[in-house]
Design a protein around this ligand. Structure first.
Ligand code: ADP
Ligand code: ASP
Ligand code: MG
Length: 590
């Protein structure tokens, strides 16, 4: 008999009628002979309302008490759903996270799942019962040895469901929600977003951490690492929904559920060149022109970084393979003859990348990569971060030294090390989906010393405060004293922690100062076909330029390109990119 884990989100159990209709759906499934574990979220906006109550009493309520409070939301819905199932003659039993054996670490408000003790669950399933589990919560043992309630972080019921499916080796995990599946973008922002038939876990991980809130990124991480069959579909219809696909070679199936090793591969790509244009005009269309010209010249660009402007000029840095350096140089020269600016170009570079699931969700990982390289005396020419990969461009003569140091730090074996992989087309689209995130802010630390270890120190201090940095950009140009600027974006909710985390560094770097940029929106495009397609970036920048929107910052990683624009331009930029890649009329059957 098949064992399914089904999860119903807040809207799906938002009122009594909906709970009854979910119960009907479960009953029909049970009649087909399936074994069922059902995970539910709190009803409707309960979690927001409970948070509001606490915040009306205190700006900084203790995290333990918040967990105690928020966990009650799910307890209401499991009981009501079980009652509704009994009414239909289905034997059901509701269970809290603690009762069902979801053991987490102790970090209140964002606890990761360590283990699920499945004995009780299995015995109830053997008795033919439908087990209704409270999502989003678990239990941990306090220092004094007593049990404490923990929560997994907002949206965490998805993670509870996929973790249960992994622990029980269920045949599939189905996430039922208020949209027909994963769409090409958020339908609340772009009305003609289309349903995807499938998407790879890596693409979904990127999209989920870039603002596509349809799945909790940690749920996708578990699905990828444990090979869980994961489907997202509508609570209101019988449409098939979206199937997530995972690369069998990445399945690790190790103990520790969410505490598995975050880095599962290291890659070295030699023969790279870095081109940097500085002092170019800061106005719409410049990046579009540059990358369109490169694409017309058949130059495939890899990483792109554009930093915040100083005054009214910009710097754009990008990498190509060394064999395309001359072609790229000529294109750049032609452009700066027309628009002004300076060009520097150098070959003899190597790109070193670490890959895994949930790298951004674990701030310590990028910090530890940068720290390893800085301890080996290696300067980072370029940094690209993402949920599934962090890459650094370094001098080629230090490539092997860097590889040795990094494989040691992350305990990577030879099978997980790839040198100069062949770029092979995988039939995936260049852009599978796009996302908008308005919960980020842009910060710059001005006038930091230009020496190995600067980015590492910055990242490490932020990581200690639990903050991940995205789009870390080291400025191309130097101040008169040789110092540079480093800009990054990070979650708005971490702003106050960041101030504290940076105090010791600012004290150590005389003259350095922190500056917050204007309100921003990040628009991102994600597609596994991006590395093998020439011209994706140019197309995206052109779509934004055609709306007369200026791009303040660009950051790419292997399968994603992100542009930071003014907050007010976010939706227009998102719509323009969505349309330019034909996503409003896709037939994604690839
Ligand atoms: P649930 O309560 O079921 O967990 P969520 O609100 O967490 O539901 O997630 C579903 C919502 O995610 C949708 O209503 C939609 O607005 C939003 N969303 C954002 N990006 C996407 C996307 N790419 N595809 C589908 N939905 C998306
Ligand atoms: N109820 C929790 C929240 O609103 C968990 C979830 O719905 O996934 O964040
Ligand atoms: Mg959700």
């Amino acid at each position: 008999m098949a064992l399914l884990v089904q999860k119903f989100g807040g809207t799906s159990v938002g009122n009594v009628e909906r709970i009854q209709s979910v119960a009907q759906r479960i009953a029909s499934c049970k009649e087909l002979g399936q074994d069922l574990v059902v995970v539910v979220s709190a009803m409707g906006h309960t979690t927001d309302e409970l948070t509001g109550l606490a915040k009306s009493i205190s700006k900084t309520p203790p995290q333990r008490e918040m967990d105690m409070l928020l966990a009650t939301g799910e307890q209401v819905s499991i009981a009501l759903l079980s009652i509704a199932l009994h009414e239909l003659g289905i034997q059901a039993i509701s269970m809290t996270g603690a009762q069902v054996g979801i053991v987490t670490e102790s970090a209140h408000g964002k606890a990761r799942i360590l283990e699920i003790k499945t004995e009780r669950l299995k015995s109830l399933l053997n008795q033919g019962k439908v087990v209704v589990v409270a999502g989003f919560q678990g239990t941990t043992t306090s220092q004094g040895g007593t049990a404490e309630i923990t929560t997994l972080g907002r949206g965490g019921s998805d993670t509870s469901a996929v973790a249960l499916a992994a622990a029980l080796k269920a045949d599939a995990c189905e996430i039922y929600t208020d949209v027909p599946g994963v769409l090409t973008t958020d339908p609340r922002k772009v009305a003609n977003a289309q349903l995807m038939k499938e998407i790879s876990c890596d693409e979904m991980l990127e999209l989920a951490s870039l603002g596509a809130a349809v799945l909790h990124p940690r749920a996708v991480e578990i699905a990828r690492n444990y090979g869980v069959t994961l489907i997202v579909r509508s609570s209101w219809s019988d449409q098939e929904g979206t199937q997530l696909t995972s690369d069998a070679s990445k399945i690790i199936k190790q103990e520790g559920l969410e505490l598995g090793r975050p880095v599962d591969g290291v890659e070295l790509v030699e023969g790279q060149a870095v081109l940097a244009l500085s002092h170019i005009p800061d106005k719409p269309g410049i990046a579009a022109k540059l990358f369109e010209s490169l694409s017309n010249g058949k130059v495939n660009v890899d990483l792109i970084i554009q930093s915040t402007h100083e005054g009214n000029s910009n710097d754009i840095t990008f990498t190509v393979t060394e064999s395309e350096l001359n072609k790229a140089k000529n294109v750049c020269k032609e452009l700066i003859e027309k628009i002004g600016g300076k060009l520097s170009a150098e070959g003899g570079m190597t790109k070193l990348s670490i890959s895994g699931a949930g790298i951004m969700g674990r701030p310590g990982v990028a910090a530890s990569l940068f720290d390893t390289l800085s301890r080996a005396g290696i300067n980072l020419r370029l940094i690209a971060t993402s949920e599934v990969k962090v890459s650094c461009v370094i001098n080629a003569n230090l490539g092997n030294k860097a590889l040795r140091a990094v494989t040691e730090t992350f305990e990577i074996n030879e099978n997980q090390t790839i040198i100069n992989p062949l770029l092979m087309s995988n039939n995936a689209p260049e852009v599978r989906g796009v996302a908008l995130d308005t919960n980020q802010i842009q910060l710059s630390v001005k006038k930091v010393p230009d020496q190995p270890g600067t980015a590492a120190a910055l990242c490490a201090n932020m990581a200690d405060a639990g903050i991940s940095l995205d789009a870390i950009v080291q400025s191309e140009r130097q101040h008169e004293d040789g110092s540079r600027d480093i800009s990054f974006i990070m979650k708005r909710e971490h702003r106050n922690h960041a101030d504290k985390a940076l105090v010791p560094l600012l004290a150590q770097w005389p003259g350095a100062e922190l500056e917050e940029g204007p309100a921003i929106a990040r628009v991102s495009a994600v597609g596994a076909g991006m590395p093998t397609t020439t011209g994706t970036a140019g197309k995206m920048f052109r779509a934004i330029a055609d709306e007369n929107i200026n791009i303040a910052m660009i950051a790419t990683s292997e399968i994603r390109t992100s542009c930071v624009v003014a907050e007010a331009d976010g939706i227009s930029a998102l719509k323009a990119v969505h349309q330019r890649f034909g996503l409003d009329s896709v037939n994604q059957e690839i």
